[in-house]
Design a protein around this ligand. Sequence first.
Ligand code: ARG
Length: 466
Amino acid sequence: MAKQPSQQLWGGRFTGTLDPIMTQYNESIYFDRVFYSQDVRGSIAYARANTKNGILTQQEFAEIERGFGIVLKEWEEGRFEIKPGVDEDIHTANERRLGEVIGKDIAGKLHTGRSRNDQVATDMRLWLRDQLDTLEGYLVDLLKVIAARAEKDIEAVMPGYTHLQRAQPIRWSHWMLMYASFFTSDLARIRELKTRVNKCPLGCGALAGNPFNVDRDAIAKELGFDGLTMNSLAGVGDRDFVVETLQWGSTLMMHMSRWAEDLIIYSSGEFSFVKLADAYSTGSSLMPQKKNPDSLELLRGKSGRVFGQMAGLMMSVKGIPSTYNKDLQESVEPLLDHVKTVGDSLQIATGVLSTLEIQPENMLKSLTPDMLATDLADYLVRKGVPFRETHHISGQVVALAEKENKPMDQLSFQQLQSVDQRFEQNVMEVFDYQKSVEMRSAKGGTSRSAVMEQIEAVKKALAGGR
Ligand code: ARG
């Protein structure tokens, strides 16, 4: 385990060997190896830039490119052998192997003017930008399912809640579109985030910049970046792109968790508005009758883990003095876990929603005439009575119904008139849930046309970006 100092990258100055636990504590190869292909790509682009400025000959560059082709193949075929205790991270591992393949004389020139500090930042950004494309795709899929279901299930009417108390009738689609509204904001945010992630730090050196005048614009172009990090100190010392990714995912998972919580409630025996597909539920090892919404509970639970990682990384970064410090290596693991957790969660949510069965008859059964008390007040508003007064009158009708121990719509016309003379025969038409939802036709409301307009807005948001 204890290796000779001379084998290490910075071996020249160091005389003692590392404490074996320090070796383990320091190394990141077991997680940053996921960046193997980005590391190779970045190295080739960097070598090309160093060919244009005369550091490498064309032949040397060709050898480096050929050697990296072999190294890359080894990774892809699972044949790359990590040397425990020697390969500290993906950058040292790739360079060590390149030296074995093409010889140290040429491989030893690769790192001229470069540092692992600009290298790791480049690898992470290259990796993340592709991951963000994938996550955006998953989010688009979820939104497509919401829009499609909202259209298909538009007839279903259910209680809308405030304070988890039955408030007013709404369309089930309207409930789904509340989350589409949150998720389309998340979509806009990830699209914006990508523009900040996709900046090239390569050529910043250890911190002060590159002394061989490498053409950073050419490197960025070759790697498909949209531009450069414009200050070399920031280029190596910045993990805002990771923090922002974790903040983005935390906001998304906050929405996801509320969505899951709603569906957990709606799938309970007391509500029975929805039935989860078997593919996303599990049984109990003890109680044969149980069907548990584990998928939704995990979505809710994993949101906590995601927030924790975000907060943890911000704690790690906040006290770091300027430019690169090893603390920044602590940004890698939360990022990897975050991207996986959010990606899995989006796919699970899409699966849950596309297989969910709704039970519109139970939604209807949960509606009660008192939920139309506002509609009753609005009836008198349309006859010119001030709302503050109609609110009071409608409250008296609610009280009367309670006293008579009857649902509001079972009171006789005479009883309604005893509360207020201005009620006319057609007042009984107020007690109609379909009519109630159709009345709310202003933009953003729960009427059919207003809901259809929201669906169109979601579809339009999906078309933007990419
Ligand atoms: N594995 C390191 C990281 O992820 C690479 C940079 C190491 N640089 C250094 N000067 N020790 O941050």
